[in-house]
Design a protein around this ligand. Sequence first.
Ligand code: ADP
Ligand code: MG
Ligand code: ZN
Length: 605
Amino acid sequence: MKILLKNFLIFLIIFLILAGVLSLLGSSGAKTEQISVSQLVTEVSTGQVKTIALTGNRLDVVLNNGQRQLAYKGDGDFIALLKNYGVDQNKLNSFEFQVKNSSGQSIWATTILPIGIPLIFIIGFFVFLQRQMRGAGNQAFKFGESQAREIGPLDKKTKITFKDVAGVSEAKSELGEIIEFLKNPRKFINLGAKIPKGVLLVGGPGTGKTLLARAVAGEANVPFFHISGSEFVEMFVGVGASRVRDLFRRAKKNLPCIIFIDEIDAVGRQRGAGLGGSHDEREQTLNQILVELDGFEPNIGLVVMAATNRPDILDPALLRPGRFDRKVILDMPSIKDREEILKIHSQNKPLASTVNLKKVAERTPGFSGADLSNLMNEAAILTARRNKNKIGQLEILESIEKVLLGPERRSRVFSEKEREISAYHEAGHALVAHELPGCDKVQKVSIISRGQAGGYTLITPEEDKYLKNKNEFLDNVAGLLGGFVAEEETFKQTTTGSSSDLKKATDLIKRMVTQFGMSDLLGPRTFGEKEELIFLGREISEQRDYSEKTAQLIDEEVSKLITLCYNKAKEIVKNKKAYLEKIAKLLLEKETLEKNEFEKIFTTP
Ligand code: ADP
Ligand code: MG
Ligand code: ZN
């Protein structure tokens, strides 16, 4: 409304200025005096007239003294009129007489323009106003339309194919038949084969679900309608459902094609369990998706893909045969996949010859595709900040910690004493991890503060591991307690710096006992049932399915195992105190130790 008012004011001002200019123009011959025909006759007979120009009935008179006059004659010939008034023949010849075409441009200038231009403006203004109103109305009508973005098959710039997706080979081969079908539906129809209507991509955040869906469209060369589950949901009940209808209608006009509903858990949560306002709306939207999924024949060339990282909370109706019955799982990338992903994301970045992406992949277990892409970006930024023109291995490795722990916080000032405590603490972690066979390799030790951490010890496996045994767990916990033990051993007291280590250690041990059946005392069973509170989408309560007595046993067992790990760490730190000193001294001097520098400590006497 405000915009409308503003536009109106602008229009009014333009209009007023124009009207003013025009009226000025019209009166620019302001010196022209209007006279009667008889006065003109008098002037002619007295020989004052220089020229007379006739346009229609209008007579423009210029006198000998340069004055301009204007007169209007009735119908009939002007010269004859003068004669009738009895003007002398030689007086008639004494002035120049011009006849102008009355339908010429002058009528434009004299009558049409002054009236026409304002008229055009007024009409223009009303048209404009109306369009504004209709625009506003349109938006209200568009509310129920889907906001899906369409990516056409000819969109070369945004085209993504399987080449751009590293790893996830099983997912790719599963999606292969869908691509084949979209490319050549006849082949399948002739054989009476039914292609799945719905495919659900399942994988953790950043594993490339969205990317893969787009790659499928790119490979099959079909239009791709991309919408996020949350875009269906608005304040008003019914909007989501109408958007779903509209989306399917649009897609059906563009067959064959793919509809991709990203983050479907936003609308696809289990029904009937929600609290709070948006839940009715969500249910209606979900119902509409189900209706649409059932509403088209399997082989018309429409494939609906959806992605989620929470398949467990989806409504079972969505996963029923005939709907999203095909599940494609995207795993976290393995070490080889990580190398491939790094290669893809360094394609348009200049890398120094020293860069070894395999080493980078080794150091980044648990990184998703998105993390790796972020890592290469951070490395490029770091390189630019250092005014180098090629990304080096060092920049990439440094960026790992940035992605993992947050940016360096060099501005945080530590006292000498605090630095010393930090050095011994990290040295403790590193030493215990180095000595215990169940721990992974120490990649880096540092006392540079990053994010929340005062310092850090990077311990990662050489290769991906999917299974862990009890000994490895216990050794890991001992490693976590290494910092605490080293502080205690060196300074005879501990600091708050160990609190997150202790929490991690306790959680690990608890899970060993209650979920992995790794306690001899409690045996191979699980304890406690996590209850999902759907409207929050988070587990917030844990239900006890065991007795008070068992709870006490669990407590005791956890304490017992932690003590065991503590003693293990203590023994190492006590026996190898010389090494602890060495590591800590070197850390205080250099702040950061790389893997080879760290290992050298143990090989040189
Ligand atoms: P998700 O949808 O699973 O959360 P995305 O598909 O949005 O993850 O991935 C985010 C980004 O991470 C992608 O744009 C891409 O740059 C990168 N990425 C993820 N997985 C891969 C992969 N397998 N190969 C290459 N790049 C990947
Ligand atoms: Mg995504
Ligand atoms: Zn620590």
